[in-house]
Design a binder for this molecule. Structure first.
Ligand code: NAD
Ligand code: UDP
Length: 334
């Protein structure tokens, strides 16, 4: 019995593959490498001393994907494969819906055809849009405000419809907050193809000297220091949340859970912690707000703790330390 991990050579996927193997699961990976390199999986193989079956394919290619389901005894799917840039999704919405929704539908159809037991979907805190209050509970209204978020919401809805029609497949919708950090070995980490959109990889590229300075998008929010507040979660904690979700689905039909630490940190908090843990100075300037950003976003962790007996254990300084080790050891990524 194997777990199919789509997008398994990407950032969260590669860290989750490590944890799955460490927990004794057998894993098969598919990825079209549009936003990752095969080197990440080679390093995962080295770290876990294992051989990972890998297929380079697009998840929208149902014929190719079907062959994987025929060849392997797949009882669960963790579906990471997708596109994740909010700004790109606004520029090219049909492409985003095609990959994120079309790709997920392809997999879902095969999951039904081959009677797989569980499906775990990478959703996002963006499905809550601009929440009226924090911390965000799973019961809050869903209101995605851009094509990326809407593509996540669409897949969540389709999966729940599938559950109604097919009681055999169990489903987890995991809404991630802000994954950061890297494997403690410094061998695996986030590897943005272009200039990073996200804060932590931007900061680490400033620290290594690839970028001059950070632009802080707005210091006039209604937060403690005026800069945006987010719930940063170590990618290994996030990966372990998937193991807990797999276990939960053994005895339950549906899980909808936020995965975050429950703590909000501002942009300036993150800069200060990064500087203190790495002894690197991060020059910055304050510029206008980024369109579409919310002021504050962090989760209520009680539901995930109650249902999964899971909570993030790594703190912000460890997130910074591990990010820096990865960046320092791999200045040009993989
Ligand atoms: P990533 O880009 O590093 O990984 C995604 C992987 O999917 C990449 O390896 C890419 O090559 C692959 N892929 C993309 N389109 C594909 C296709 N059509 N067929 C096959 N493979 C394809 O991103 P990540 O940060 O690891 O994110 C993983 C998932 O988690 C995504 O679905 C993303 O939307 C979601 N998510 C990420 C974040 C975040 O901040 N990183 C937050 C919330 C949710
Ligand atoms: N941010 C910033 N400069 C950057 C990237 C991000 O000031 O170059 C801010 C952004 O406005 C937000 C926080 O950092 O308040 C986290 O942004 P990120 O893109 O990492 O996550 P998201 O906004 O998608 O939660």
């Amino acid at each position: 019995m194997e777990i199919l991990v789509t997008g398994g050579s990407g950032y969260i996927g590669s860290h989750t593959v490590i944890e799955l193997i460490n927990f004794g699961y057998k894993v098969v990976v598919v990825d079209n490498l549009c936003n990752s390199k095969i080197e990440s999986l080679k390093r995962v193989e080295k770290l876990t001393n294992s051989k990972i079956p890998f297929y380079k394919l697009d998840v929208r290619d149902k014929k190719a994907l079907k062959k994987i389901f025929e060849k392997h005894d797949i009882y669960a799917v963790i579906h990471f494969a997708g596109l994740k840039s909010v700004s790109d999704s606004i520029i090219n919405p049909t492409y985003y819906y095609d990959v994120n929704v079309g790709g997920a539908i392809c997999i879902m159809q095969l999951v039904q055809e081959f009677a797989c037991k569980s499906f775990i979907f990478s959703s996002s805190a963006t499905v809550y849009g601009n929440p009226s209050k924090v911390p965000i509970k799973e019961t809050f209204p869903l209101c995605a405000v851009n094509p990326y978020g809407r593509s996540k919401l669409m897949v969540e809805n389709i999966l729940q419809d599938m559950l109604l029609a097919n009681t055999d497949c169990k489903i987890a919708l995991l809404r991630y907050f802000n994954p950061v950090g890297a494997h403690v070995s410094g061998l695996i980490g986030e590897n943005p193809k272009n200039t990073p959109n996200n804060l932590m990889p931007y900061i680490s590229q400033v620290a290594i000297g690839k970028l001059d300075k950070l632009k802080i998008f707005g210091a006039d929010y209604n937060t403690s220091d005026g800069t945006g507040v987010r719930d940063y979660i170590h990618v290994i904690d996030l990966a372990r949340g998937h193991i807990k979700a797999l276990e939960y689905l053994e005895n339950n039909q549906l899980l909808i859970a936020n995965l975050g630490t429950g703590k909000g940190y501002s942009v300036l908090d993150l800069i200060k912690t990064f500087e203190a843990t790495t002894k690197k100075k991060i020059p910055y300037e304050i510029v206008a707000r980024r369109k579409g950003d919310v002021a504050t976003c962090y989760t209520d962790t009680s539901y995930a703790f109650k249902k999964l007996n899971w909570q993030a254990k790594y703190k912000l300084d460890k997130m910074c330390k591990d990010t820096w080790r990865w960046q320092k050891n791999n200045p040009n990524g993989y």
